[in-house]
Design a protein around this ligand. Structure first.
Ligand code: V1D
Ligand code: CA
Length: 506
């Protein structure tokens, strides 16, 4: 069965809200450095997959269909909106050379085998989190309908702890940014692992509803029971959909669409964040689901159809040729373009043989999720959803002050009195950009092309107040409240390292 027709019971709003043919204004964040970060030999997480995705986007001509932006790097005070200052200081200062003398802190912050210390670790966190925060700012300003950061989606990181290959939780930081403008944010997680860090961060609030689909039972991180539904004000604003091995496109959509359709109807979010972890694809090195690329992308298509500001993030995904094909296809969905199956020639072409196809196929593995089990789970979750207050409204005091697009002269302001350093960096970046565009006399301050990105390689300023070059840059608990800002401190990004080919190409 075509996944688009599976379980369409919940998508009545989508049909009303917008058709797929409708255009969306899309922005896409990409840091040319990201592919160089390296978790270490034998580690399954490979940021190189984001560079492979970018290469596919370039060769499919998709970079011309979106605004392509280099992210500002997040700073300490950005991280400290969720993370503890001592944890952030640790991430900023630890190096592969000094870690041996910091054993107690390594244990305390859970840094080790899953989350190793590697060269450029802090700059990596700054890059992927800066991109997600920037993407949220773009949605806040209403200049774009969909914002994409395939380097983000690191959903396991906790306030004071790394976990499951994740160091800072860019998703929590992006949602906090969205909450400045949007009353209710819906978070959906289709990574095969439970989205525990994001769930925990917003477990006691109704301003964020979290929904995770994941493998449950003898599987990392072990949380995500269907009975975990939120607490206090957050009760019923957390949904968990525990699944078993081998789930295929039809089974997945038979539960995804009715649940999410009902969530959209009941919760009526003002913005949606979709974590598109690609380890739920068939043949993933760490995963055990059986989704095809099209089945995975059906979730993106479905969320796009509601025409609510949408943030698309990456996440897990360990068979990297499948990850890049999947996220490229999903970028096509975001801009509304059906891409041809035959992959265009690109610098990573040999990864994609012998088929050289954009599509990720499912296999004949057994589906251990029976229709009966899925039906029962759907009923239980829909029952919980019926207890959700329809579109709960935020008390005035609960709102986080909005970052306005200021009409002001930066030079006349006292920098110490500015309320929003992140947004200031955006302004400074914009001013520098205008200036450099004027001096080049190109007249085009808008787009950042692949060619320009390559020309700039190695010349990117890495100090804390650098702006984007050459393109226009971003506009900008468990049960615990976000902490106050910490002091920002910048470090330069160490140069990086090698990439391993996939050990067992599939
Ligand atoms: F196989 C490995 C080789 C080297 C280092 C780590 C791993 C590995 C594989 N699976 N680590 C895991 C998972 N960890 C454990 C640990 C055993 N301990 C007691 C815990 O089972 C972690 C899997 C992380 C998955 C991350 C993610 O896909 O969800 C993700 N999403 O966004 C970013 C990452
Ligand atoms: Ca998940």
């Amino acid at each position: 069965m075509d996944p688009s027709s599976a379980g369409s019971g919940g998508n009545s709003l989508a049909a009303v809200a917008g058709t797929d043919a409708q255009k969306r204004r899309v922005c896409y964040f990409y840091d040319t450095e990201v592919g160089n970060y390296y978790y270490g030999q034998g580690h399954p997480m490979k940021p190189h997959r984001v560079r492979m995705t970018h290469a596919l986007l370039a060769h499919y001509g998709l970079l011309g269909r979106m605004q392509v932006l280099r992210p500002l790097r997040a700073l300490d005070h950005d991280f400290c909106r969720f993370h503890s200052a001592d944890y952030v200081a640790f991430l900023r200062t630890v190096t592969p050379e000094t870690q041996l003398g910091r054993g107690r802190q390594l244990r305390r912050f859970n840094v080790g085998e899953d989350c190793p210390v590697f060269d450029g670790l802090y700059a990596y966190c700054q890059s992927y989190a800066g991109a997600s925060i920037s993407a949220a700012v773009m949605l806040n300003h209403g200049t774009h309908d969909i914002a994409i950061n395939w380097s983000g989606g690191l959903h396991h990181a906790k306030k004071s702890e790394a976990s499951g290959f994740c160091y800072v939780n860019d998703i929590v930081l992006a949602i906090l940014e969205l909450l400045k403008v949007h009353e209710r944010v819906l978070y959906i997680d289709i990574d095969i692992h439970h989205g525990d860090g994001v769930e925990e961060a917003f477990y006691t609030t109704n301003r964020v509803m979290t929904v995770s689909f994941h493998k449950f039972g003898e599987y990392f991180p072990g949380t995500g029971d269907i009975r975990d539904i939120g607490y206090a004000e957050g009760k019923y604003y957390c949904l968990n959909v525990p699944l078993d091995d081998g789930i295929d496109d039809d089974s997945y959509q038979s539960i995804f669409k009715p649940i999410i359709g009902k969530v959209m109807e009941m919760y009526h979010p003002d913005a949606v964040v979709l974590q598109c972890g690609a380890d739920s694809l068939s043949g993933d090195r760490l995963g055990c689901f059986n989704l095809s690329g099209k089945g995975h992308a059906e979730c993106v298509k479905y969320m796009r159809s509601f025409n609510v500001p949408l943030l698309l993030l990456g996440g897990g995904g360990y068979t990297i040729r499948n990850v890049s094909r999947c996220w490229c296809y999903e970028t096509g969905v975001a801009v509304g373009e059906e891409l041809k199956e035959k992959l265009p020639y690109n610098e990573y072409y040999e990864y994609f043989g012998p088929e050289y196809s954009l599509y990720v196929s499912s296999s004949n593995m057994e589906n251990r999720n029976t229709n009966k089990q899925l039906e029962e789970m759907k009923c239980k979750i829909l029952e919980n959803l019926s207890k959700v207050e329809h579109a709960p409204s935020v008390q005035f005091e609960e709102r986080i002050p909005e970052r306005k697009l200021p009409e002001r002269d930066e030079d006349k302001e006292d920098p110490d009195r500015r309320p929003d350093p992140y947004f200031d960096r955006f302004l400074s970046a914009r001013r520098r950009l205008k200036h450099s565009a004027r001096s080049r006399n190109t007249g085009d301050t808008r787009e950042y092309t692949e060619t320009e990105a390559k020309d700039q390689h190695g010349k990117i300023p890495t100090t804390e107040h650098r702006g984007p070059e050459p393109m226009e840059e971003d506009l900008g608990s468990s049960k615990q409240a976000p902490p106050a800002d910490a002091n920002g401190m910048a470090i330069n990004a160490p140069g990086n390292v090698k990439n391993e080919p996939e050990s067992s190409p599939k």
